[in-house]
Write a protein that binds this ligand. Structure first.
Ligand SMILES: Nc1ncnc2c1ncn2[C@@H]1O[C@H](COP(=O)(O)OP(=O)(O)OP(=O)(O)O)[C@@H](O)[C@H]1O
Length: 589
């Protein structure tokens, strides 16, 4: 024998309230939506039929009346009293595109705030009016109804504890939130809450007037004055709307939320996933006829159609950016000042955006700020420092050697410099290795080299235990006495040595296997063009020579922002105090 499922309505309502809907407030939306669908259904057959929806709320009772299609007694049993049954799906079970509802559960949300739902309805088919009362305990009663005109009235009385959702001001706010863009006249306690439609529609307004309205909308609803407004249109998704470009930098890591209307009814104020991640500089307000809602009706269903729409919207924003570069470079520069991080992140994967950055975003270089395109055109090669510290240390010296260098230390800049090859495969890109500079330094003439040899040997003895090699060269700027140069291999060897000093014997042995030969030692390059270095090289007093070399070593470390190891800081301390000792006249005590 076949039996029917039994439904425990309280259990289902609990499920809805705790797991589906974020707040009981959605009951207003569901009632409004049913009324809109009923009016739509009636007008599909008779486009002269009245289209009015009135909400009246007072004393804890809310009544919503529509001039919609109404229900016959048979339909009341089938549609109101059967959970999951909807008149808004086709034979295959797909939601029909004219209607907002599709799941057949919305009316249950009334039980989030009331114990009883009363419906009085008169069908457009001419059937007599019916009255239906559904109760939260899962029972319902049907009888003849009192109603002269075609349409439906749903009445709810607040359950104890749910009175807050029946306060007239709250209901006005909720109905306005959900329904202000709906195409029918909707009133709450006699006051109209529906407006002139979507603010981006093309109508008789002048373009200036329209954009002023759109700015006003952003200020009022989103709380900012947009940098720019981009019209959006994806016919496949029945989507129209606008993207507001943010006037302030947004965090690229944060998923941006968008205001989404579904067939003119608010779906979500903060729906994620509508734009590609890179477009975090825009907030959209859109209306879509085709994208599907989740059952809670609070987000978009993440399916292939949403993915295709996301891509199409991304294209439209990309088009706006590229268009701006062609028509209004100054404005593009202002945009980049606010949103360069996002655009650069995008340029890592996207050639159009890379072109934009290449041509328009000025980078820091040791010959002034300029774009990559300009740098390339002037100097042929894109030479860059990969970190800001390296740039700070080497920019001045490199400039004096006529070596233009880009600071690649800012977020994404090094990767972007390397990526320029995607645009111009021929371009030369060089990462500046500090050791490259030494080849640009001049050797001393043979006589001078011979003369300073004892000094170099003494200096080497001083810094030997610190693991570096002393060389004397001549280079510009002459005002710079000393440079501590670590090439990348030496930097690695240095880190290894530091680790070895802090780990136990076994690991020190293992790490030794990675150690490079001596020639990778960092270099302490003394500048013979510097008068102080010359004087030091001629000192007779061995103790003072050592002290001077140690001080130069310490200064070079500090200038280049190199890591200071315990041995270095001990040396710095000692050298500083001894220098003071030499400098301060010896008094009585
Ligand atoms: N005001 C109304 N006028 C006419 N019919 C209505 C009205 N309200 C509800 N109905 C009927 O009751 C059915 C069930 O409504 P319910 O709100 O539970 O689901 P739905 O609107 O079909 O889908 P969803 O769960 O997505 O809202 C509707 O499909 C509709 O046929």
């Amino acid at each position: 024998m076949n039996r029917s499922f039994q439904v425990d309505l309280r259990g289902v309502v609990d499920l809805l309230s705790q797991h589906l809907y974020s707040s009981p407030r959605v009951y207003v939306r569901e009632l409004l939506q049913n009324a809109v669908d009923a009016v739509t259904a009636r007008r599909a057959a008779d486009d002269a039929a009245p289209a009015g929806i009135a909400i009246d709320v007072a004393g804890g009772t809310l009544r919503i009346t529509d001039t919609g299609i109404g229900l016959s007694e048979a339909q009341v049993h089938e549609l109101l009293a059967t959970i999951g049954r909807s008149s808004k799906r086709d034979e295959l079970g797909y939601g029909r595109r004219d209607f907002l509802g599709q799941f057949g559960i919305g009316l249950l949300s009334a039980f989030l705030v009331a114990d009883e739902t009363r419906v009085v309805t008169r069908s457009a088919t001419g059937a007599p009016a019916v009255s239906w009362t559904g109760r939260a305990d899962g029972t319902y009663a049907v009888g003849p109804g009192e109603r002269d005109t075609i349409g439906t009235t749903v009445t709810l009385t607040a359950r104890r504890g749910a009175e807050q959702w029946f306060v007239p001001e709250t209901v006005v706010d909720l109905a306005t939130l959900y329904g202000s863009m709906l195409p029918f006249e909707i009133t709450v306690n006699g006051k109209a809450i529906s407006g002139p439609g979507v603010p981006w529609q093309a109508d008789e307004r002048s373009p200036g007037h329209r954009s002023a309205d759109l700015v006003g909308y952003a200020q009022e609803v989103l709380g900012f004055t947009p940098f720019d407004i981009v019209d959006l249109d994806v016919p496949e998704a029945g989507l129209t709307g606008v993207a507001y470009v943010l006037p302030f930098p947004a965090n690229p890591a944060e998923q941006a939320g968008h205001r989404v209307y579904l067939k003119r009814m608010l779906l979500a104020e903060n729906a994620p996933g509508l734009l590609p991640d890179w477009a975090f500089f825009a907030r959209c307000v859109v209306d879509t006829g085709e994208l599907r809602p989740t059952a809670s009706r609070e987000a978009l269903y993440d399916d292939d159609q949403l993915a295709a729409t996301r891509e199409a919207l991304g294209e439209q924003l990309r088009g706006w950016l590229v268009g701006l570069s062609a028509t209004n470079p100054q404005r593009l520069n202002q945009f980049l000042k606010i949103h360069h991080l996002g655009v650069k992140a995008l340029a890592l994967h996207d050639d159009d955006m890379l072109r934009l950055v290449d041509e328009w975003w000025p980078l820091e270089t040791n010959v002034g700020r300029m774009t990559l395109a300009e740098f390339r055109a002037r100097y042929g090669v894109l030479r860059y420092c990969a970190t800001a510290d390296e740039f700070d240390q080497l920019a001045g010296v490199a400039a004096a050697q006529n070596l233009p260098v880009i600071n690649g230390g800012y977020t994404y800049d090094s990767e972007l410099v390397e990526r320029v090859r995607a645009l111009e495969p021929e371009v030369r890109v060089d990462r500046l290795d500090p050791s490259d500079l030494t080849t640009a330094f001049a050797d001393l003439d043979p006589d001078t080299a011979l003369a300073v040899r004892p000094f170099v040997a003494a200096a080497q003895r001083c810094v030997d235990r610190l693991g570096c090699e002393v060389v004397v060269r001549e280079f510009e700027p002459a005002s710079l006495p000393v440079l501590y140069l670590v090439d990348r291999a030496a930097a690695f060897a240095g880190e290894l040595r530091a680790t070895k000093e802090t780990v136990d014997e076994l690991w020190a042995g293992v790490l030794s296997a990675f150690e490079k030969p001596e020639r990778d030692r960092p270099q302490l390059v003394l500048n013979y063009r510097n008068p102080l270095v010359r004087r030091i090289s001629r000192l007779e007093n061995a103790e003072l020579t050592a002290l001077a070399v140690e001080s130069l070593y310490g200064q070079a470390l500090l200038l280049g922002r190199h890591p200071i190891r315990p041995a270095d800081s001990a040396l710095l301390n000692r050298a500083f105090l001894s220098l003071l000792d030499h400098a301060v006249p010896n008094g009585e005590n």
